[in-house]
Design a protein around this ligand. Structure first.
Ligand code: SF4
Length: 306
């Protein structure tokens, strides 16, 4: 969690009921204009669930193709639950953060055992699934089931801090604000419009001159330092990927997608020259449950290939 100012904070918004309703109407009126036509919009609860897990720490552009492929192979939670972990990891290829794939498959087994193979609809039940945090639970509840809950990702957290508060917001404040603002009967449309606004205009380097909310944005009207920079709901840039252990782990998994192989081959795939580091990377993949050792070879977890 990011550190935040310790001084007593003012209320998150000066919105009264009338201002809140006007802001709701304004955002809803912009929803078509803001719509990015994401392929999972309006699709099944399972398709939305998969998209939201894939979108954790990953851009929309990188998710579209793997999402389509994944659903072709695993059209239901049950089909994913019954697959080998190796096959799930193969369909996850190219997305990174592969522990998400393990959590996704573990979640489908809960769906099969507790929810008759369906995605649960309540935020509490979603939060109890492996790999599901507050953002994912609220997003699936809203987009798949129309639950009247506010969705706060890094983009929406930035919008709230700038448009409404003009000061850094704690994560809990941003979430409270989101719940207060969401129109109960238009949850999915509202939340998608807020995400679209944050993704297209109110980015880290905002496009204020083209933004449709520029006449209502407190930061733009009042000035001052960018309030999103110290907001808890706004993420920081990820560490450099090139040369990282994350990159080397990905290379090992890629190599194992085509079948079991020896430690020597895996080490060669990493493009590193530090023996201790290569051992550490292979050990971490084993302890994470992503790969297994069988006799003198390694393979993806649960791989039936010889
Ligand atoms: S005017 Fe600028 S800061 Fe305000 S919501 Fe629009 S893009 Fe964001």
């Amino acid at each position: 969690m990011n550190s935040l100012p310790s001084a007593a904070a003012p209320t998150p918004t000066t919105f009264g009921a009338d201002e809140r309703d006007a802001f709701r109407r304004r955002v809803l009126s912009l929803s078509r204009r803001l719509d990015r036509s994401l392929p999972w919009s309006g699709s099944s609860a399972w398709a939305i669930y998969v998209s939201e897990v894939m979108l954790q720490q990953t851009s929309v552009a990188r998710v579209v193709e793997p999402w389509t492929r994944f659903l072709d192979v695993f059209p239901t939670p049950r089909s994913c639950a019954e697959a080998s972990t190796a096959d799930v990891l193969r369909q996850w290829s190219g997305l990174g953060f592969p522990r998400r794939a393990l959590a996704l498959q573990a979640a489908t087994r809960v769906m099969v055992n507790q929810y008759e193979g369906e995605v649960p609809s309540s935020v509490d039940d979603l939060r109890a699934l492996p790999g599901v945090g507050p953002y994912t639970a609220h997003a699936v509840a809203s987009f798949a089931f129309g639950a009247p809950v506010g969705v706060v990702d890094t983009n929406v957290g930035r919008v709230f801090a700038r448009v409404i508060a003009n000061r850094p917001l704690r994560a809990s404040e941003a979430q409270e604000l989101a719940h207060d603002l969401v129109p109960p009967s238009k949850s999915a449309r509202w939340n998608q419009a807020m995400l679209d606004l944050g993704a297209q205009y109110c980015t880290a380097t905002p496009r204020c001159s083209q933004c449709p909310l520029r006449d209502q944005c407190r930061w733009r009207l009042e000035g001052g330092p960018d309030p999103s920079l110290r907001s808890a709901a706004v993420s920081r840039p990820q560490k450099t990927f090139a040369g990282s252990n994350r990159q080397a782990r990905g290379r090992v998994l890629r190599r194992l997608e085509s079948g079991p192989t020896t430690r020597r081959v895996l080490e060669g795939s990493m493009n590193l020259d530090d023996a201790d580091r290569m051992k550490e990377i292979i050990d971490s993949l084993v302890s994470d449950g992503l790969i297994e050792r069988r006799a003198n070879k390694f393979c993806l977890a649960g791989d039936s290939a010889r």
